[in-house]
Write a protein that binds this ligand. Structure first.
Ligand code: NAD
Ligand code: WQD
Length: 343
């Protein structure tokens, strides 16, 4: 019998790509998503790619009654990947309670039901945002680098979530969790059937860039060229969403097969390479043959200068390594944008 994995937020960007990989790896996938930041078309997309329609439940994971009802009727869940959360950093500054409520209440609700219904395995979506701007001696950043005061309510929800998990497993010894700290996920499935679908004006670099090239925006603003980096623009670790998705399958296998060494483990998921904003623009132009219309503007408030991952722990412990090049990821992001816009 296939093992059943609950993917919360499975209609979203990373959740949909991970659902594809889970189905391809032979798991049954059941998705809960309230479609607050996604489209039900993504569920159809998962089916188009894999030939398997995941079971889909549309409701809010902060709803205690609906969540309990789900768990009471689905007693064969082997593990959960909890993606569902709000993720817009800027919005979280203006609407902190929206973020604290959704991201914390849904996690608490999930864990409470895991305890009540004896589901033992959880993979949690965390973020490199927990590291803030690491001191130069901590770059590239390892999992042991100090967690810094959060730069936004969103970032704080990730720190608090990790703490909630850490505290809960002390008295619930059967509960095992792997927190995956993503760096900057980019790209789309090679079929261009699923990809990132930001609602409104994108905050993130890649969707803004591809929308600019697609003609939806006049120009891309490069936020700052006066950072202490080789070309002056800020540096991040852009990780392909398909590589990221594969790491979730490995994390699930590790938990299900009791290969975890501690009941709470956390891993950096990045490429191990830092790329500047100008690198991204140049690589995009080379990979796609398209010109990016951009201008340099002042730094964006709250941005850090540079962060990229030391991925050796994930490489050795999970046996996982990012394999997609920046150019390939940017090409897939562009192919997805073209598909969405009918270009
Ligand atoms: P996304 O918004 O595309 O996906 C999240 C999904 O969760 C959406 O489909 C949304 O409708 C759903 N959702 C939100 N709140 C819900 C609720 N209360 N009940 C049910 N469904 C709910 O985001 P994503 O980029 O796929 O991110 C997935 C996870 O990874 C999030 O936890 C995010 O914080 C984390 N993360 C994302 C990034 C990134 O840059 N994309 C980086 C680090 C961490
Ligand atoms: C990347 C780089 C910008 C847009 C955010 C969250 C983080 C994590 C990942 C969830 C930066 C520059 C951007 C633009 C630009 N998410 N940029 N022009 O800020 O690294 O991280 O997403 O956990 O928590 O904070 O990602 O894509 O917004 O920016 O020049 O129009 O691109 O200044 O250097 P960021 P991003």
């Amino acid at each position: 019998m296939k093992q059943k994995i609950l993917v919360t937020g499975g209609a979203g960007y990373i959740g949909s790509h991970t659902s594809v990989k889970l189905i391809e790896a032979g798991y049954d996938v059941v998705i809960i998503d309230n479609l607050s930041n996604s489209d039900v078309k993504m569920i159809d997309g998962i089916e188009k790619i894999t030939g398997v329609k995941p079971e889909f439940y549309e409701f809010d994971l902060c709803d205690i009654h609906k969540t309990k009802d789900f768990f009471s009727k689905n007693t064969d869940i082997k593990a959960i990947i909890h993606f569902a959360a709000y993720k817009a950093v800027g919005e979280s500054v203006n609407l902190p309670l929206k973020y604290y409520h959704n991201n914390i209440a849904s996690l608490v609700n999930i864990i409470q039901n895991m305890i009540n219904f004896k589901v033992e395995n959880l993979v949690f979506s965390s973020s490199c945002t927990v590291y803030g701007q690491p001191e130069p001696k901590y770059l590239p950043v390892t999992e042991d680098a100090p967690v810094q005061p959060a730069g936004s309510p969103y970032g704080n929800t990730k720190q608090i979530s990790e703490e909630i998990i850490r505290d809960t497993i002390i008295s619930n010894k059967n509960l095992k969790t792997i927190a995956l700290r993503y760096f900057n996920p980019i790209g789309a499935h090679k079929s261009a059937i699923i990809g990132e679908l930001p609602i409104g004006t994108p905050n993130n670099l890649i969707p803004f860039l591809t929308q600019t090239v697609a003609g939806l925006r006049d120009e891309l603003s490069v936020f700052g060229n006066d950072y202490n980096t080789p070309d002056g623009s800020a540096i991040r670790d852009y990780i392909d969403v398909n590589d990221l998705a594969e790491a979730h399958v490995i994390a699930i296998e590790r938990l299900i097969n009791d290969k975890n060494k501690k009941n709470f483990e956390y891993f950096n998921l990045g490429t191990g390479n830092g790329n500047s904003v100008l690198d991204v623009i140049n690589t995009f132009e080379k990979a796609t043959g398209k010109k990016v219309n951009y201008k340099i503007v002042p730094r964006r408030e709250g941005d850090i200068e540079q962060v990229w991952a030391d991925t050796s722990f994930a490489n050795t412990e999970l046996g996982w390594k990012a394999k997609t090049s920046l150019g390939e990821s940017l090409l897939s992001a562009w192919n997805w944008e073209k598909k969405v816009r009918g270009l």
